[in-house]
Design a protein around this ligand. Structure first.
Ligand SMILES: [Zn+2]
Length: 114
């Protein structure tokens, strides 16, 4: 893994961590009735592009589907980095990418659900 690839993987892991925390806070607030459950919530794009602060809209089910795999991330379609990841699902608002073999170590080590 080159330093560029590692930087990409760390960016993705960081954005995933932020999304996971936001998801937990959101769940807590809706459970207490403080905020109403929405059909779509805003998440950070989980791409590896330096400084990307763009957001994507996903339903809770869509988010959970991405999170069910330690090597899967949700990104804006134009933010896919084809030499380190491949598109596994296309949606209107985002795509799911999976890290290529050889690029998966950091994604697995930093999986917040592992
Ligand atoms: Zn992005």
């Amino acid at each position: 893994m080159t330093s560029r690839e590692e930087r990409i993987a760390r960016n993705e892991a960081l954005h995933r961590e932020v999304n996971e925390r936001m998801r937990q806070i959101e769940e807590g607030l809706t459970a207490k009735g403080i905020v109403e459950r929405r059909e779509l919530d805003e998440y950070l794009c989980e791409c590896g592009v330096d400084g990307c602060m763009e957001t994507i809209l996903m339903s809770a089910a869509e988010y959970e589907a991405v999170r069910s795999s330690p090597i899967r991330f949700a990104v804006r379609p134009e933010h896919v980095i084809p030499d380190v990841e491949r598109v596994v699902e296309k949606h209107d608002r985002f795509v799911s990418v999976e890290k290529l073999v050889g690029e998966q170590a950091i994604a697995r080590q930093t999986d917040p659900r592992s």
